[in-house]
Design a protein around this ligand. Structure first.
Ligand code: TMP
Length: 205
């Protein structure tokens, strides 16, 4: 509908969930479906492919090479750059931004490493545009790991599973009007229909 085509300030739709929850697949499906309706929709992900994002992939995602505080600092630097270069301009141009991970990942992942979630939230909300909708895909840690076919050694896998269980709990703790919790093990098409409906509701309302 024409009415939907140009938005005054854009719309920020965020996908969250632990590794293997299916959020990237659902985010890309949503992007395609929004575009098919004639909407100006763009896709971004965090960590980004920028300078800090690449450093994160090099260091932070390698077990034990950074302290949780150093990790937090890198994710926030990467996000500042994402907001300045990608999210801010797209939203200002009235686009629908579909974002694969945002600061709720920092709250959950770095929070699960012992950093105060409230502090992480405050430091991110000081510079990050507030999302219009946060879709959290939920899956049990072990199931998520087997979905992504993680081939780590057994010992490491147990540790990762324990960690992701904590991350999942933090994700499940997000409550409020903007948060939608979705079963990540449901039928893909049914889930994508439900997500599209939610997004169209937000667009229309
Ligand atoms: P990805 O698998 O969605 O590309 O994300 C890469 C990893 O980075 C994933 O295990 C979650 C982690 N991560 C954090 O620990 N903190 C953050 O703020 C973000 C955005 C991701």
């Amino acid at each position: 509908m024409m009415l939907f085509r140009m938005l005054n300030k854009g719309l920020l739709i965020v996908f969250e969930g632990i590794d293997g929850s299916g959020k990237t697949t659902q985010a890309k499906t949503l992007l395609r479906r929004l575009r098919a309706r004639g909407l100006a929709a763009v896709f971004f992900r965090e960590p980004t492919g920028g300078r800090w994002g690449r450093e994160i992939r090099r260091k932070a995602l390698r077990r034990g090479s950074l302290t949780p505080g150093e990790e937090l600092e890198l994710f926030v630097k990467d996000r500042r750059e994402d907001v300045a270069k990608n999210l801010g301009p797209a939203l200002a141009a009235g686009k629908v931004v579909v974002l694969d991970r945002y600061y709720f990942s920092t709250i959950a992942y770095q929070g699960a490493k012992g950093i105060d979630p409230g502090r992480i939230r405050r430091m991110n909300e000081a510079f990050s545009p507030k999302p219009d909708l946060v879709l959290i895909l939920d899956i049990e840690a072990g199931k998520g790991l087997s979905r992504i076919g993680d081939r780590k050694r057994k010992e490491e896998l147990f540790e990762r599973k324990d960690y992701l269980a904590k991350v999942r709990e933090l994700f499940n703790g997000f409550r409020g009007r903007k948060f939608v919790h979705i079963d990540g093990t449901g039928d893909r098409k049914t889930t994508s229909d439900m997500i599209l409906e939610k997004v169209l509701q937000v667009l229309g309302g």
